[in-house]
Design a protein around this ligand. Structure first.
Ligand code: ATP
Ligand code: MG
Length: 405
């Protein structure tokens, strides 16, 4: 189905009282960015919704795919504008009735224009009567197979039949800035997206062991960054060389602590970059108990070197739940491309599962911590991701099929 008008509704955004205008401004800007390659005519924002108008008909699935990346949208509705009278509504519905999904139906009307002579219930009855007569179908108000929605505002009636769930959350740009420790794995890109969904804007920090790990790993991280850029626009990525630090750890520190010591350096490096970028927190993809390094003791022992709060949005999720999200966001196919992560270099067979901060600090006494961090930051490569991933890599929202609404 092609559409010329789409309404995006909001939920939390509408609840933000005095801040509402500010939230809506971010939301509209993000909608505009997501629709930049479609023939956009205008975006208006009557209360609690965003009304998008195209200058020519566009396939609804492609609109839904794009708006599915705009956090803050609760639902995405392919609407038809039907004029000011019930006759206009009947005329607009008429051509769509033969194609309705089979079964019972209901008509639901919301009215923000209170000057209309009929109440919502009266309008529902009128239009329900028309649809019943015209199609021979039965009304079922509690569990209809098809719901015909009417929205009446100062411009007249808007009609939609099947809406789609939006991604929910809050608009990117309203939740502050953080730096995410981005590996090439499944978890950390999902962690980044979950914080974006709370309105954060994220800078990306990746640590690599080139030339010990192969360049495909870095390309993969760039692909992930391009995908994340679809959700937040322009994205910064820092590629930090970790190998000299790892070699110093291997040479000077107890073997079972290696992985945790790598992590403490990653945190120090990310925190230094975060400060430069005026970020207020670090984000990781850790999930409690997922691997030996992710016990609560180890998390505390690593976090001890962070001057910023560490956010772990996946901490209570199972791997399956994380994978499910990765599929929906579109990061999964990239995350499972084969690569060798820096953390798999020189890792011990029996890693420490209950380290303390004192124990790790004691091991680091053998190292020039400040010097190693400075050298790594001097050799860091910065990538400005301005060209996001192709829209084909962003999955259609659940319930939308390519070609049909
Ligand atoms: P992921 O799927 O995100 O790689 P994981 O299950 O493999 O996570 P770990 O390898 O233990 O878990 O990593 C835990 C967290 O540490 C990651 O989610 C990420 O935030 C961070 N991290 C791990 N490796 C790197 C890296 N090379 N560069 C930056 N951050 C990393
Ligand atoms: Mg990993």
């Amino acid at each position: 189905m092609d559409v010329t008008h789409v309404i995006g509704t909001t939920h939390e955004v509408g609840l933000k009282g005095g801040n509402r205008r500010w939230f809506e401004k971010h939301l509209v800007r993000n909608v505009r960015r997501a629709l930049a390659d479609l023939p956009l005519h205008s975006i208006r924002r009557p209360s609690w919704r965003v009304l998008v108008r195209f200058s020519e008909p566009v396939p609804f699935p492609e609109v839904a795919r794009r708006l599915g990346t705009v956090f803050g949208l609760r639902s995405i509705l392919p609407v038809v504008h039907a004029g000011q009278t019930l006759d206009d509504v009947r005329a607009a519905l008429e051509p769509r009735l033969d194609a309705l999904r089979p079964g019972t139906f209901a008509v639901r009307c919301q009215r923000s224009d209170k000057s209309f002579p009929l109440t919502s219930v009266e309008i529902e009855r009128e239009i329900g009567g028309f649809v019943g007569e015209r199609t021979g179908r039965k009304v079922d108000l509690s569990n209809p197979d098809v719901t015909i929605h009417l929205l009446l505002d100062e411009n007249g009636f808007w009609i939609w039949i099947d809406g789609v769930d939006g991604p929910g959350g809050l608009p990117v740009g309203t939740g502050g800035r953080a730096a995410v420790l981005l590996s090439g794995g499944i978890d950390s890109p999902v962690a980044a997206l979950m914080m974006m969904k709370r309105g954060m804007r994220l800078d990306l920090v990746h640590c690599h062991s080139a030339p010990r790990t192969d360049p495909a790993g870095l390309e993969k991280v760039e692909l992930l960054a391009e995908l994340l850029a679809r959700y937040q626009g322009r994205t910064r990525l820092a590629m930090v060389p970790l190998l000299p630090i790892q070699e110093a750890i291997v040479a000077g520190c107890p073997e079972p602590l290696r992985l945790l010591l790598y992590r403490r350096f990653m945190v120090r490096l990310a925190a230094r970059l975060a400060r430069r970028w005026r970020s207020k927190a670090l984000v990781t993809g850790e999930s409690l108990g997922q691997v030996a390094s992710q016990t609560v003791e180890n998390m505390a022992a690593v976090e001890a070197v962070s001057p910023l709060p560490m956010l772990r949005p996946l901490v209570g999720l199972d791997k399956e739940e994380i994978i499910d999200r990765a599929r929906r966001f579109g990061t999964y196919p990239i995350s499972i491309l084969p690569h060798l992560d820096c953390c798999s270099l020189f890792v011990p067979e029996h890693p420490e599962t209950r380290a303390t901060a004192e124990q790790l600090a004691g091991a680091e006494a053998a190292l020039d911590v400040g010097g190693l961090v400075d050298t790594a930051l001097e050799a860091t490569r910065f990538v400005a991701v301005t060209e996001p991933a192709s829209w084909k890599e962003i999955p259609l929202p659940p319930g939308v099929e390519a070609g049909t609404p």
